[in-house]
Design a protein around this ligand. Structure first.
Ligand code: SF4
Ligand code: SF4
Length: 409
């Protein structure tokens, strides 16, 4: 299917519903117009085309800031965002607790909650149900609308089979504690094919964005899932935030096309324009992100062919800057010598986006000495943890050399 065909077949069933909502229950009723985001269909469900990813919440004292998260979720709910996605690993287990806290005031049938089985921590099959029940308690719910085997790669795939994860989750589905059973995957199209063929799933969660579409097989994975009849939840549509900042030159191109929208909105629309995608997750950290996403998805329109060309030009310019394709997912944490890998990579990418050598030197020196790239002992422990399959030790080596060269100028 070419770009024109897929744009034509984009299947938004409702385009921005404007509803009247009573502001106050007083005798003289004051009413305000509240615009709601567009919805897509998943089976017979109306799901907001943009979902709230609870993996990058605002923080206070190292934990999710519940007051700020509540304000964001209230705004999201008010504007029709009804899909919320959490996981055991997000915020070191605190995301599920935060989800429970901020959603408990809403009727259970007014939102859809997705959670995930943390395959990586399972030591034997007896732990599966224990973990699942614990998640229900943390989220303060009796069931999950969407439940996924989290982050399947070769290692996790073996765990899933060895621990009978699918069979046990299927039992939970029969009990009504899981409405729809799926999986998320960060691996090769070949493994995706195998997972799809081995078990019967209801949906799949894939990383899709305009960079990965061409460079890391996202297009092929989209096609495999579509051929298998699996509706898709998009994760990582902004490639860990890279597509919300891009480089100055890339942003200039997008601003030429439309000065009134954010760089993020382009990439979110890109993924949401794919016809087999029913929800695009955005990890929101500030109320402004929620507001911008509501703006993007109210009266949603797929990217036009002309807009597509602008986006492709901007991505080409950004890619030529040499940024690392790190999504800052934090899966590589736990380095034995304490290196903060995502922080080093973020700082490097910011340098690539601006080409400011002085800022790079300052940013590198602002990282604690023990967390800096030059402390890497090349043990390789982090390499297998990276879903982007980045050669972390070698990239760190390059960053350390770059600092050495630039700081001596
Ligand atoms: S290879 Fe380097 S960054 Fe990775 S775990 Fe070992 S010391 Fe840490
Ligand atoms: S290096 Fe890989 S695992 Fe670590 S934050 Fe980046 S993408 Fe995630």
């Amino acid at each position: 299917m070419n770009r024109r065909q897929f744009l034509k077949s984009a299947f938004f069933t409702t385009i921005g519903v404007v509803v009247l909502s009573a502001c106050k229950k007083v005798t003289t009723q004051t009413k305000k117009l509240i615009e709601k985001v567009s919805i897509k269909k998943f089976n017979n469900l109306d799901i907001s085309a943009i979902g709230f990813g609870l993996m990058r919440l605002p923080q206070k004292d190292g934990e999710p800031d519940i007051a700020k998260t509540q304000a964001m979720v209230d705004y999201a709910m008010e504007h029709g965002i009804n899909y919320y996605d959490t996981a055991w690993f997000y915020h070191s287990g605190k995301s599920e607790l935060a989800a429970g806290e901020v959603l408990k005031k809403y009727p259970r049938n007014s939102y859809y909650l997705a959670d995930k089985m943390p395959l990586r921590i399972l030591k034997d099959k007896s732990e599966v149900i224990h973990v699942f029940e614990e998640q229900l308690k943390k989220c303060q719910v009796d069931y999950f609308d969407f439940y996924l085997a989290h982050n399947i790669n070769k290692r996790e795939w073996k765990i899933l089979k060895d621990c009978n994860v699918y069979e046990q989750l299927l039992e939970k589905k029969k009990e009504g504690k899981i409405k729809y059973l799926g999986f998320s995957i960060h691996d090769t199209p070949e493994l995706l094919e195998e997972v799809v063929k081995t078990y019967k799933w209801d949906f799949v969660q894939l990383p899709i964005n305009p960079i990965d579409w061409k460079t890391v097989d996202a297009k092929r994975q989209y096609e495999i899932a579509t051929k298998a009849g699996l509706p898709i939840v998009v994760m990582n549509p902004l490639k860990g935030g890279q597509l919300s900042t891009l480089s100055e030159k890339a942003v200039e191109i997008l601003k030429t096309a439309n000065p009134n929208v954010s760089p993020s909105s382009w990439s979110l629309r890109y993924s949401a324009s794919l016809p087999n995608v029913f929800v695009v997750l955005s990890g929101m950290t500030e109320l402004e992100h929620v507001m911008d996403n509501v703006k993007t998805f109210t009266n949603f329109k797929p990217l036009t062919e002309n807009e597509q060309k602008f986006l492709e030009s901007a991505i080409a310019v950004y890619n030529s800057s040499g940024a690392i394709s790190c999504t800052y997912c934090q899966y590589c944490t736990g380095c034995p010598v304490g290196i903060d890998i995502p922080k080093n990579f973020l700082m490097y990418n910011q340098y690539k986006a601006t080409d400011r050598k002085d800022r790079f030197v300052l940013a590198y020196e602002s990282i604690k000495k023990e967390n800096r790239a030059d402390k890497c002992i090349n043990c390789g422990i982090c390499k297998n943890k990276c879903p982007q399959q980045l050669d972390i030790p070698n990239i760190l080596k390059d960053i350390a050399i770059l600092y050495k060269n630039l700081s001596s100028l």
